[in-house]
Ligand binder design. Structure first.
Ligand code: NAD
Length: 344
């Protein structure tokens, strides 16, 4: 049986031990924090702490209760934590798990309501990777507007250009869906292009919008009036489906560096192929095997928005810090379900 003075920390975040490309003053600092906890030198962390690194685990594989038996805290990648699992491994079901620290801002992989019922704390790392992800969204937008993937395919195979010219950027209209940490930075990074920016967010940030000349509109108005649309909404359901795609123009560019679920990829794929929209950029691995991308202006990437030295080091530190806070009996700084504190 789990003994409260024996704590096992399981690190599943695949990039937790990555070495930085460029020398960084905080490289390795997160691991040092966890090592100090394990060595018993962290303030107030009572008992024995063991840290297990399983950074090679594929987050797409289903996580079983057996894999995390006896584990008190997890630094989590994108593996899923559904109700059934949480019920078994949390304190309400007699299990050891007390906290899931999501390595990232998105928490759609964790059923937070079920975690709360199971008595498991859930934290995330807001803001840690917003600049790298905003940089990646901007890069993706420029690549799609420039037809870079198609040009690369042609040129790399020794062939001349095919298809339409690339799009001008400066002075176009940009529609930003979701003006949180990432959406706002995208607008700021693109400022040199003098875009006419409209935005949609159910919780508008009027002060920021005024400072940056951004006008809030409805989602329909944004779709109808934008040349470039970039998605940064923390939303868990589809926002761009057949109906929205039908309103795009042949020069519409769509970028999705938020989550796969926001877009009906099949609808977008067919629209690009038939020239009803200009191109699509998505920061997820393309899993639609029956929809081949060759020759199409669709740029994909394997969820690398936050995959920079700064992005990773910030997420490593934020998760390790919250593990230490948890071990010391403090409230983790980004606790998403404070209701669980009553049960500690
Ligand atoms: N590709 C990557 O590697 C990567 C990295 C970090 C974050 N993300 C994703 O990017 C998204 C945004 O992250 P963030 O850090 O800016 O989050 P954030 O919480 O700071 O901002 C999200 C914004 O979305 C808004 N929103 C919620 N529902 C909406 C809706 N239906 N329509 C429009 N706006 C809506 C919220 O009001 C908020 O302003 C998240 O989904 C996150 O999972 C992806």
């Amino acid at each position: 049986m789990h003994h409260p003075s024996e704590q096992t920390i399981l690190v599943l975040a695949t990039s937790f031990l990555d070495q930085p490309v460029t020398a960084h003053p905080k490289a390795g600092a997160a691991r040092a924090l966890l090592d100090a906890a394990a060595a018993g030198t962290t303030a107030d962390a009572a008992g024995t702490v063991t840290v297990r690194y399983r950074c090679d685990r594929n987050p797409a594989a289903e996580l079983t209760a057996a894999e995390i038996e006896g584990v008190t805290a997890i630094i989590a990648d994108l593996e899923r934590y559904p109700e059934e699992l949480l019920r078994q491994v949390g304190p309400a079901g007699g299990g050891a798990l007390r906290i899931i620290c999501r390595y990232g801002v998105g928490t759609d992989s964790v059923d937070i309501a079920a975690a709360t019922r199971a008595g498991v704390m859930v934290t995330n790392t807001p803001g840690c990777n917003s600049l790298p992800t905003a940089e990646w969204a901007v890069t993706t937008l420029l690549d799609v507007a420039g037809r870079r993937t198609v040009h690369h395919e042609r040129a790399a195979a020794g062939n001349p250009k095919v298809g339409p010219s690339r799009l001008d950027i400066t002075g176009k209209r940009l529609g930003v869906v979701g003006t949180g940490q990432i959406g706002r930075r995208v607008v700021e990074l693109l400022s040199g292009f003098h875009l006419n920016v409209v935005a949609f967010d159910p919780y508008p940030n009027h002060e920021w919008a005024e400072a940056h000349g951004v006008r809030y509109v409805s989602l329909d108005e944004l779709i109808d009036g934008s040349d470039f649309i970039t998605l940064h909404a923390a939303h868990r359901e589809q926002m761009i489906g057949e109906r929205e795609v039908a309103r795009f123009r042949p020069d519409t560019v769509l970028v999705n560096c938020a989550r796969w679920v926001l877009v009906d990829n099949r609808a977008v794929y067919h629209a690009v192929r038939e020239g009803r929209m200009y191109g699509y950029g998505v920061d997820e691995t393309w899993t639609e095997v029956d929809l081949p991308l060759a020759g199409l202006n669709i740029a994909t990437s394997p969820h690398v928005g936050s995959d920079t030295d700064a992005g990773k080091i910030n997420m490593q530190l934020a998760t390790a810090r919250q593990i230490v806070q948890f071990l010391s009996g403090e409230t983790p700084e980004n606790l998403l379900n404070p209701e669980t504190l009553q049960r500690r």
